[in-house]
Design a protein around this ligand. Structure first.
Ligand SMILES: O=C(O)[C@H](O)COP(=O)(O)O
Length: 311
């Protein structure tokens, strides 16, 4: 069997260079359709994907020679992980490659929200000069609650040092992680003390729809909400409701329950979302920078080398 990798998305060429130095042959097909990929996948021992390609049971059953999947990114929610592991397929991802990007994006969103950057900018362009309506909040002295203290949560916490904030973090799957940047707390404490809530958790059946009306109702203080994780973790309608009730002061959403047009524009909540000046939107780019583009490839190539699948 050949040692070859089918690459079905856009990645920095350094991956190909390094994989070929290890002895792999790469077939770079960033524009391949899922159907086309499925029709040739049985010829490959490796597959490299980003988020647009779904690796479900059918794909895994068709990929009879597959030994590893490289995910150029962090989220593995587009892979049927359990089934792949059952088939003995190695799964590699690269959160180390885009955690700085996500941490910085979250910081940028937070400062922009707290100081009404997007709304004030739009107002001036429309001929309105409103100082009082655009009075901001300072980060200093606030409590920032982080849910999920993996690569992304830790990166955000590190980048908050210097802002003189109290950083608390909760992670269901990790304990004993308090460090220089964040203090480990329970979910109850996050809900009780946070002025800012930033989500850094994967999408799983358990986290799907986690941030809903009921969850937001329990927060003791009005919060700024950041979601740079996965859109389906947050119910968009609940965010709109909480803004109306004054429970959310601003929301920075890099990811949405449904992404891309036209399907996004067809959602019942989309017109309210569009008109709400307390919501700042970006198109799922928190982890996608000119810098992370190369780092993701480098991290994956290193992990592939460490697998030592080739003699
Ligand atoms: O999971 C990630 O790393 C980010 O969400 C980026 O995903 P992408 O592969 O779509 O850029």
């Amino acid at each position: 069997m050949k040692n070859n990798i089918l690459i079905v998305d856009d990645i920095h060429p350094i991956f190909i260079e390094q994989a070929e130095a290890l002895g792999y042959t790469c077939n770079y097909q960033p524009d391949i359709t899922p159907a086309e990929a499925l029709s040739i996948i049985s010829q490959y021992t490796g597959l490299l994907i980003r988020s647009k390609f779904q690796v479900d049971k059918t794909t895994l059953d068709t990929a009879t020679n597959l030994r590893f999947i490289c995910r150029a990114g962090a989220g593995m929610d587009n892979i049927d992980e359990d089934y792949a592991i059952k088939k003995g397929i190695h799964l590699l991802n690269a959160p180390e490659g885009n955690s700085d990007a996500v941490g910085e994006h979250a910081i940028g969103m937070l400062l922009a929200l707290m100081n009404n950057f997007n709304r004030a900018d739009a107002e001036i362009r429309a001929g309105e000069w409103k100082r009082e309506a655009n009075r901001g909040f300072e980060l200093k002295g606030k409590t920032v609650g982080i849910i999920g203290y993996g690569h992304m949560g830790r990166s955000f916490a590190r980048k908050l040092s210097g802002f003189e904030v109290n950083v608390i973090a909760y992670d269901k799957y990790r304990t004993g992680f308090s460090d220089h940047y964040a203090r480990e707390v329970s979910m109850e404490e996050i809900v009780k003390h946070s002025d800012v809530l930033s989500l850094h958790i994967p999408l799983t059946p358990e986290t799907k729809g986690m941030v809903d009306d009921e969850y937001l109702f329990h927060f003791k203080k009005p919060i700024f909400l950041l979601n740079t994780a996965r859109g389906k973790v947050v119910k968009t309608q609940a965010v709109l409701n909480a803004i109306k009730q004054g429970k959310i002061l601003g929301a920075g959403l890099d990811v949405l329950e449904v992404e891309k047009f036209p399907v996004l524009g067809e959602q019942p909540w989309f017109s309210d979302l569009k008109q709400n000046g307390k919501i700042l939107l970006t198109p799922h780019v928190a982890g996608w920078t000119f810098d992370s583009y190369r780092k993701l490839s480098e991290v994956l190539a290193q992990k592939l080398a460490a697998l030592k699948l080739l003699p």
